[in-house]
Write a protein of this length. Structure first.
Length: 337
């Protein structure tokens, strides 16, 4: 569905100007944090992500989602990667996280970094870098083969430490629901220091990947508990989804953007406008003037959207980070030292 960007030297320069920006760093984070202690960190993470991407282009969405789910619970501290123990159920075992994937990509990058720079690079930073590289691979520029070793969609601030707390209940209390309306979404994002504009921008991560039927089936079968359909979902699209998903299907997945689930661009906004987005939380973007205006103004604005996405990702990546001697640098991302 998404249109490819035309190839031209002018466009390349314009995109480079937008994408290679240096966001204002917080005290805890900075671009190039590992320049002296592990200068190859970005190359190693990127090489790992590319290797898995070549075998499975759908890996981009899970890596982006991992970073999002990490930052929204206990801050961007790698806590989503920790395994449950005999005395603690971790975030990854919370219901919204049971469908998370891509852990093996992070583990592979971490193993190579531990061999190269033992005890230096946090799992939280690997998550942030892998998410950037994943979404960069999914853009039209990359999929048309023009990603050089120096290309970044945006620069990632690093310097995070890994957290020691990972709680199923914290995940349940902090992760936004696909069934939420605009008011709950606004409060949730505000609690993470994110604005309504950030909500609109980051929601467009739904431009890539798939969703389990259970995450939206209620909209077609039992929206208000009376066996009804969500009146805000376009009827023919809802009927089409019914042919793919039963009311109780917990296994089947559907593309977030039909025919374009591995291409990252503002095509998602067109689905929102046409009431053909999967989630109620997608449709909710039309219920606020700020988010609605953004959706309509950026549906065909690739360059502006990509720039804004980078800014919002950097902003999200600063949420409740651990620094200095806080937390630890895990040797294995799934287990505390």
């Amino acid at each position: 569905m998404g249109k490819r960007l035309p190839s031209s030297p002018f466009l390349s320069l314009a995109l480079a100007f937008f994408f290679l920006f240096l966001a204002k760093s917080s005290d805890a984070l900075q671009v190039g944090f590992y320049n002296k202690t592990c200068p190859d960190v970005e190359r190693i993470v990127r090489k790992t992500v590319i290797a898995f991407y070549k075998n499975d282009a759908t890996i981009t969405a899970p890596l982006l989602r991992l970073h999002f789910h990490d930052c929204f619970v206990e801050g961007c501290d790698g806590s989503v990667l920790l395994n449950s123990t005999a005395t603690n159920r971790a975030e990854k075992d919370a219901k919204p996280n049971l469908s998370l994937d891509g852990f093996y990509v992070i583990d592979t990058a971490k193993a190579e970094l531990e061999a190269k720079c033992p005890g230096v690079v946090s799992c939280a930073d690997i998550l942030a870098l892998a998410a950037r590289d994943a979404v960069s691979l999914a853009t039209n520029l990359v999929s048309s083969g023009r990603w050089s070793k120096d290309y970044n969609m945006y620069q990632v601030e690093t310097g995070r430490r890994d957290g020691n707390v990972s709680s199923e209940s914290n995940a349940l209390n902090n992760l936004p629901s696909s069934f939420w309306g605009i008011y709950k979404l606004k409060r949730n994002f505000a609690s993470k220091g994110l604005s309504l504009k950030d909500l609109a921008v980051l929601s467009a991560a739904h431009a890539i990947g798939n969703s389990h039927c259970k995450s939206f089936a209620k909209r077609m079968y039992n929206y208000t508990g009376k066996g009804d359909m969500d009146p805000l979902m376009e009827k023919s699209y809802a009927n089409k989804l019914k042919k793919q998903c039963t009311a109780t299907d917990t296994i089947r997945v559907v593309e977030m953007v039909p025919g374009s689930s591995t291409t990252f661009d503002p095509t998602y906004f067109k689905l929102v406008i046409d009431k053909k987005a999967l989630f109620h939380s997608d449709e909710a973007l039309l219920r606020s003037q700020v988010t609605r205006d953004y959706v309509f103004s950026h549906v065909n604005n690739n360059t502006g959207f990509f720039h804004d996405f980078g800014v919002s990702m950097v902003k999200m990546g600063r949420n409740q980070v651990l620094e200095g001697q806080m937390g630890e640098i895990r040797k294995i991302c799934a287990v505390r030292n």
